[in-house]
Design a protein around this ligand. Sequence first.
Ligand SMILES: [Mn+2]
Length: 286
Amino acid sequence: MGTIKTGIHQHVFTSKLDKENLDVLNLVKDIGYDSVDINVRNISLYEARIIKKRANSLNLTLMGGGSLPKNMGILSDVKDERDGAINYIKSLIDKVAEIDSDFYGGVIYAPCGLITGRKLEEKELSRVIYALKIITLYAKKFGIRVGIEPANRYETYVLNTVEDALNIINNIGEPNLGILYDTFHMNIEEKSFYNSIKVANKKIFHMHVNENDRGIPGSGHILWDEVFKALKEIEYNKVITIESFVDETVDIAAAACIWRKLAESPEILARQGLKFLKSMAAKYKL
Ligand SMILES: [Mn+2]
């Protein structure tokens, strides 16, 4: 394998990583991954430290994630609620720093799943920009890059496309703010994987690879050749993480609207998914 690193999201195995199930990290390392995406939302600072310790001993890198819960009023008319959401995200960044990750990303610009039934208003967009500016500057102090993840229209009305994300990023103008590109969402919202990856270019800080049904990459109809051709052309050299939800843990499955089993087991998904990723990376010399 060349310059990219392969990762897998903890959600393939569990919604909460703690001392009871830390061996997931050993398994992932054994299978051959370089990196794991960690949801820092439901862990304490103490748990963050034990996760970091185990990952370090295995030479696994960690990527921080954690989308906003529905009660986070980042778009609210009430200032206290907006400030509360910003403080909440800062507390997530503290945990990202604790796991020694240089990245934090996700649906962090709006409560995930919040749909108002109308399009984004100007005043809401300015609230998003205001909050992201503060968050990005806060993350910068820890050397953390922030990635906003455009998500499909059924999960948010705030940021659906790469173009939306680039407008916000350019408006804020901080070099540590970029995009978390997710093939599941972009399959729904972009006309072309190739063009949208090329346009985003170096602003892609992290990749989530998902099949169109969020099952094993390579088992559905995502146009993987387009994705990898574009990644090669932008000289992508960061982490590509398989994000899926096989564990039947209620909160995550509900957030992602997963109502059926997407693979026989998390381990089978992890093994077959990695095999596919490596074959694509080899084909495109990534
Ligand atoms: Mn994602």
